[in-house]
Design a protein around this ligand. Structure first.
Ligand code: NOJ
Length: 569
């Protein structure tokens, strides 16, 4: 009797606790700045990311071919201070050191990309396979696995072989679909017994819009209103083809997964009670994430894109929409080609409608008929476009859940930058960004979003595309002026380590001490970094001053000898 009574009291208590936890949690939905103390499901994967062109350097070493970024960065005026990724972080030679850093952070995975022209210098498998390039990635993958770090491999993070650009016009040409498939197939053949997570494309929105519409990125084309849609069309087809290749030829043997990584900002209606704002915000997201996700999950472009671009093309007197059309066969071939969704997310915008009359020029941006706004109170420590708006992340994740049938999600990029001039390793704002964004992701997991892993962008400061080295996203600071490219931990390394070892945010008392504890070591790192110019100078002593002094000594001795000999004669 007593036992039953205790048991019942226990059950009632458990129920009360559950309900009050749910109430607590529901409250977080309306309160944008709330914090939720809890942990992630067991087995949640923590990682950091990089990409080949941004990190490897060694642009012309060991038989690597040229990529469109090698060519683009050589054109004056395209990149801030005309920087190039020629040497960058020298990741090609320092990957072992970098894996040590990852191991120290207890990362579960490392997301990196394979440089297509490092493996296939001309872009074509039929022409030449560069075994030295293959060996580099083999060594990297083996060492990651030896250290129990799972490789998540991206096949295309923007560095198309330059010859494919020159001969065929890059992603404007549908032949890229087969060439990319050959490259991917080679990667599956050579690395697939060890790699179980493949991502076809990273951030195709950027490839299409910045590469072929605005021209800010390689290959620098400004085909306004058409180029981005065409590039995206071919990229989606290429993605689907590679997924089918894996599915048919490799899946049963290798038992891996193939996904795509889409990067998108969240769009919040300026006035949530205004239907036109709500529709404009929906349009913003459909033109961003939906452009790629809807064909892949649901079989065709979002209806709103077809409507808007179709209507505007008509008003411009064109016979057909500037948005290409998938045939019924293509639709069913593309639909369902995603074993998991990679999601990159950094920031949010407020959205309201804005009419762009046709006649003012075609463009992807005008097609959307909307304006993007930001709240001046949002923190923006680094890149001009990057405001810290953590609550947008939870909304974005929930959008993915409801729109695409709750797919398995790996967050493949999330992080914040600081400006080049900032050499303070005690990066308080980054710790805050990670804390708040990861907390919003935790809330999304509790909402039922199927998030399996998180990747902090980025492991190291690296080449930030058209911004050169002026924006630093790294957990580790890299001194690019020193030939050895030394890495220095920012305080956020310690902070992220604590999130990883606790698998989330266990309780308020503990979490509140993390920032203080994390900055304890960064003061000494700051001192080391401050001493770096001295170390850099010492290299010059050994490389320039010593040989020069030696040569002078030899010359002087020769002259002295001559005088001696003359004297004797
Ligand atoms: C997304 C891109 O994929 C990555 O390469 C870049 O560094 C980050 N955005 C930050 O801009």
């Amino acid at each position: 009797m007593l036992q039953r009574c205790i048991l019942r009291t226990y059950h009632v208590l458990a129920l009360v606790l559950c309900v009050s936890a749910r109430e607590d949690f529901d409250w977080t939905k309306n309160e944008k700045t709330s914090f939720y103390y809890s942990t992630f499901p067991t087995g949640f994967s923590w990682g950091a990311g990089s990409s080949a062109y941004q990190t490897e350097g060694a642009w012309n070493i060991d038989g690597k071919g040229m990529s469109i970024w090698d060519a683009f960065t050589r054109k004056k005026g395209k990149i801030f201070l005309n920087d190039t990724g020629d040497t960058s972080c020298d990741g090609y030679n320092k990957f072992k050191d970098d894996i040590t850093l990852m191991k120290d952070m207890k990362l579960n995975h490392y997301r990196f990309s394979i440089s297509w022209p490092r493996i296939l210098p001309s872009g074509l498998k039929s022409e030449h396979i560069n075994e030295k390039g293959i060996k580099y990635y083999e060594d990297l993958i083996n060492m990651l696995l030896d250290n129990k770090i799972t490789p998540i491999v991206i096949l295309y993070h923007w560095d198309l072989p330059q010859l494919l650009q020159e001969k065929y016009g890059g992603w404007q040409n549908v032949t890229m679909v087969n060439y990319f498939n050959d490259f991917a197939n080679l990667c599956f053949e050579r690395f697939g017994h060890k790699v179980k997570y493949w991502i076809t494309f990273n951030n195709p929105w950027s490839i299409a819009v910045e590469g072929y519409e605005t021209g800010e990125h390689a290959p620098g084309m400004k085909l306004k209103g058409t180029g981005a849609y065409k590039a995206a069309h071919h990229i989606i087809k290429a993605h689907a083809k590679v997924w089918h290749t894996y599915d048919m030829q490799w899946r049963s043997k290798q038992k891996g997964m193939v996904g795509i990584s889409l990067t998108a900002d969240w769009g919040e209606p300026v006035d949530i009670s205004n239907q036109r704002d709500i529709e404009a915000a929906e349009r913003y997201i459909q033109f961003y994430l939906g452009w790629f996700a809807t064909p892949i999950f649901n079989g065709d472009y979002p209806q709103v894109m077809k409507d808007y671009i179709g209507r505007k093309s008509g008003q411009q007197g064109l016979g057909a929409s500037r948005l290409p059309v998938f045939s019924p066969q293509e639709k069913s071939y593309i639909k369902g080609t995603c074993d998991f969704l990679g999601l990159g997310h950094f920031t949010t915008r407020y959205i309201t409608p804005k009419n762009y009359p046709s006649g003012l020029g075609d463009s992807y941006f005008a097609d959307r008929d909307l304006a993007e706004l930001v709240d001046p109170k949002w923190p923006d420590p680094g890149s001009e476009w990057l405001y810290s708006v953590p609550w947008g992340f939870r909304r974005m994740l929930n959008f993915v859940k409801t729109q695409y049938g709750n797919p398995m999600v790996y967050v493949t990029e999330n992080g914040v930058s600081e400006k080049m001039v900032c050499t303070d390793l005690c990066d308080d704002w980054r710790m805050q960004y990670f804390k708040d964004y990861i907390n919003e992701m935790l809330k999304a997991v509790k909402d039922g979003v199927n998030v399996k892993g998180y990747t902090a962008w980025s492991l190291l400061d690296n080449f930030e595309w058209d911004e050169g080295f002026s924006e630093r996203f790294g957990l580790y600071y890299v001194d690019f002026s020193n030939k050895n490219k030394p890495r220095y931990p920012k305080a956020s390394v310690q902070f992220y380590k604590r999130i990883i070892s606790s698998n989330g945010f266990p309780n308020q008392r503990e979490v509140e001490s993390w920032k203080r504890k994390s900055v304890e070591t960064c003061a000494s790192s700051n001192q080391l970094l401050a001493a770096d110019p001295l170390i850099g100078h010492m290299e010059m002593v050994s490389e320039i001053v010593i040989p020069t002094v030696c040569t002078l000594c030899i010359l002087l001795s020769a002259v002295f000898l001559m005088f001696l000999l003359r004297g004797r004669i």
